[in-house]
Design a protein around this ligand. Structure first.
Ligand code: NAP
Length: 243
């Protein structure tokens, strides 16, 4: 058992923000399952963190593989019988995405299937384990691009990012946050949407103002919220984000 006794699952943990979230959570004493769809890269990430003295294990989690997600839940159940932290971090963009008048519907289907439906499936599979925790924490790694308000605000820096599918997928993810937070209100489980900021990763072509290590900080903060934790919020570094 880890030093803090917390058990966490991070999806998309083999690189980028997910790898840094995993590193930071494990550094704070949690045992972290590194969810990744590619075994080789997942095991490489686990080896990197283990070599640094952290308690982690690779766990096969492909957001598009419902059976595999059930197997992942069974593995966590068998080893710990509960899950304290679920970080829904895995997500994709697609170069065929774009303005609503011209984005590829196929790309939209792919993005929504991963970022929203896949995340919903992982969350449902892990919920029984989170209910075994004294204080379950679900962090949905969202984006300010998913804000309906900012998409219609010409003064917003996000206004010109017309990616109908990606932005819609994060708006849908935010709906999961609100509805699940309300469904679980009064229980020890809280659910929040956290936008990491504009982060240099493969997803952004390494553009952005923040390193992955910096982008991981707010999701980790919300994963470790104490007993009077907020629920059903949408936040980015330094402020709440309008829905
Ligand atoms: P990244 O470096 O491209 O990492 C994305 C991760 O998601 C990878 O580990 C990838 O695994 C995984 N993934 C993709 N599809 C998957 C699937 N079907 N099943 C399991 N894992 C899958 O990008 P990132 O910037 O760290 O993104 C992490 C999250 O932050 C995403 O949800 C993204 O939307 C969000 N976000 C990022 C920014 C930013 O500025 N970077 C801003 C706002 C929100 P593979 O290696 O197998 O592809």
């Amino acid at each position: 058992m880890s030093k803090s006794n917390l058990v966490a699952l991070v999806t998309g943990a083999n690189k980028g923000i997910g790898l840094e979230i995993s590193r930071q959570l494990a550094s704070k004493g949690a045992f972290v399952f590194l969810g990744a769809r590619d075994q080789k890269r997942g095991e490489a990430a686990a080896a990197e963190l283990t070599a640094a003295g952290l308690e982690v294990a690779y766990l096969a989690v492909d957001l598009n593989d419902i059976e595999g997600i059930a197997t992942a839940a069974s593995t966590i159940e068998a080893r710990y019988g509960r899950l304290d932290i679920l970080i829904n971090n895995a997500g994709i963009v697609d170069p065929r995405d774009g303005p609503p008048s011209s984005a590829s519907p196929e790309a939209a289907r792919r993005i929504l299937e991963t970022n929203f439906i896949g995340t919903l499936a992982v969350t449902q599979a892990m919920l029984p384990l989170l209910k075994q925790s004294g204080a379950g924490r679900i962090v949905n790694v969202s984006s300010s691009l998913g804000s309906l308000t900012l998409n219609g605000d010409a003064s917003s820096p996000y206004y010109s990012a017309r990616l109908i599918a990606y932005n819609a997928s994060k708006a849908a993810l935010n709906m999961l946050t609100i509805q699940l937070a309300e469904e679980l209100r009064g229980t020890p489980i809280v659910v929040n949407s956290v936008s990491p900021g504009y982060v240099q990763t493969d997803l952004t072509g390494h553009q952005g103002f923040m390193t992955a290590e910096e982008g991981a900080r707010l999701p980790v903060e919300y994963a470790l919220l104490g007993p009077s934790a907020v629920t059903g919020r949408f936040v980015e570094p330094g402020q709440e984000t309008p829905w």
